[in-house]
Design a protein. Sequence first.
Length: 302
Amino acid sequence: MQDARRWVVSVFRDMGRDDLIECAEMAVSELVTNALLHAEPPIHVRVRGTHEHPRVEVADASTEVPDLPRPPLIDDDLDDLLLTFGRGLSIVARASEAWGAEIEDEGKTVWFTPAAEFSEDDGAEGQITGVENPALERTGEHPTDVQEFSLRGVPVRDYTAFQNHVRELRREVRLLALAHQSDYPLAQDLSDVFDRLGRPLRLGSTNQDVRRAQQAGEPTVDLTVLMSRTAAEEVGRFIELLDLTDAFCRAERMLSLARSPEQVTFQNWYLGEFVRQERGEEPRAWQGPVDDTAVQRRMRLS
């Protein structure tokens, strides 16, 4: 917990946001304590958002929705509140301009944007996001125009980085829109499109095949993805969305980086295959570099 506090303080000092340090330190201490006591490892602390509106996140592997703080039964003195252990997320609420929890398949992220001053009332109201209907994700709408797409020679490392990057961007624009919509109106538009176009890619994902390749130490994997032709047509718009999000990241000085040229090259190929094959073209294997570190390591050990 102390390491997390020191690291967050150093990050905010490096950004020149000393005005937010006190509340950031107070709230991250509470979140890390809660994660250590009630969540599942691994636990990660990171700073996202923008320079103007930095956001502290504490991520863990538990998908359990945190209990939002209840109004106190009696009025508490501020000093008594800070000295009382186990008051849950009340301290986070009072140290934040906005805060909440994003629930995803692989865990949750509890986040807050620190305030300049600790609130004397109940503070900001927490918001739970990312909770989707499991039945809808499992069944979908059963489209009748399903097509089989063949992705050949997919580099495992690049594919995994792509999935992580899209997940991060989707959460980033959603939380920016949620906490500071008036300052970032484009974030809401991006969030809506991510939700609409990202769902076909999630439903058609082949993560099990990728995990098997990772466990076997294979640098590439051939994937077969079932997706409706309608969804495949929209993937072309998803490529444009990623370019637009990169420009948004740079313009708003976001603390999460835009894509590297290598990431752009791979993602354009991967997503472009859905567009090409939906038009009736033959599959085209990945021709770029492949990280074969794992293979070389096995050869040295054998």
